[in-house]
Design a binder for this molecule. Sequence first.
Ligand code: ADP
Length: 394
Amino acid sequence: MKILSINSGSSSLKFSLFDMKDESVIASGQFERIGIDGSFYTIKYNGEKIVQEVELTSHTDAVNILLDKLIALGIIKSFDEIDGVGHRVVQGKDVFSQSVLVNDEVLEGLEAIKDFAPLHNPANNLGVYAFREVLPNTPNVVVFDTAFHSTMDKETYLYPVPYKWYKEYGVRKYGAHGTSHRYITDCAKEILGREDFKLISCHVGNGGSICAVKDMKCVDTSMGFTPLAGIMMGTRSGDIDPSIIPYVMEKEGKNIGEILNDLNKSSGLLGMSEFSSDMRDIVDKCDEGDEKALTARSKYVRRIVDYIAQYYVLLGGADIIVFTAGVGENSIPVRREVCEKLACLGVKIDLDKNNITREKVKLSTDDSKIEVWVVPTDEELMIARDTLNLIKNR
Ligand code: ADP
């Protein structure tokens, strides 16, 4: 069975085609600058990478070209070979607590909540519409980044603000990266060989969130009403005192949109270092003794440790801590520094193992009180797995 996993943005469409027999990726790639001059696509297949400029006026164009290319390259012989298409949707609100097959009612639900995540959901929906138009007989499944967090209890997801904000406007914690945290939870189950464990999952990339998991269920997560909350990120601030906002608005004569833009795009590592949002650049500058880079890096580590410590207490201990995503999978110094700060919890890692990157590896020593692992995340595979499960059980 072949499943397409789709991540559709406002001007891009990323895909991975899986052979679900062995969960291997047959082809992957992306269509970029949809609706903008200079659009092009990239397809990776059989160890080769094809990059081609092409006019893309809409997501439907991208889907048509993708399918034609899959045939032209001999990757599939007919469209019927694609058994299902899974789509990433950023926000499911409290309407969608799990992945679902798309039908007219689900489309109505997607439309009803789309303004809630205006930068992402409408773009995610475009991918669903495009595939329904081009492959009308192929089932579509929507997989929500928030769904894994739907098991948080009320005390956790409510903010201590007027209750009316929740009841009338839906102000609550929704979380994000749920598909990644769910994948890591499944991997932790495989590693530990049981389902009754306490996991702290650290998805640390350009965006980042930490998730506390007990017995396979999310009990808390660091992202909140939006992905601006929680730990410090590449360009996002994470948690700050909200009173800073009107203060800086007045100082800089900015409106709320401009300040939110600063918090989303000019904060985090970029804001503190004043030169890069990329941890690789920050580490290089730290090696040169750059003071702002050094402070940015230690603040970044500190925010991760703050959340791990908080969740350690919330869970009443931890069996396993997992690092994943760009920084978590690759940054040797960040992992080392986080683990050094967790020594008081009995965490011990093998520094040679910590030199391994981009691979599933156990970092902790045998006498560590908590197992520490690096597990590369695979949200695309999770989307494909959900799609397969739902179409099999139709
Ligand atoms: P996104 O949140 O956009 O999905 P990723 O999970 O792909 O981001 O993470 C991208 C980030 O990972 C980069 O911005 C960079 O900070 C970090 N990163 C990638 N490779 C390395 C590396 N070798 N060392 C340190 N950081 C890295």
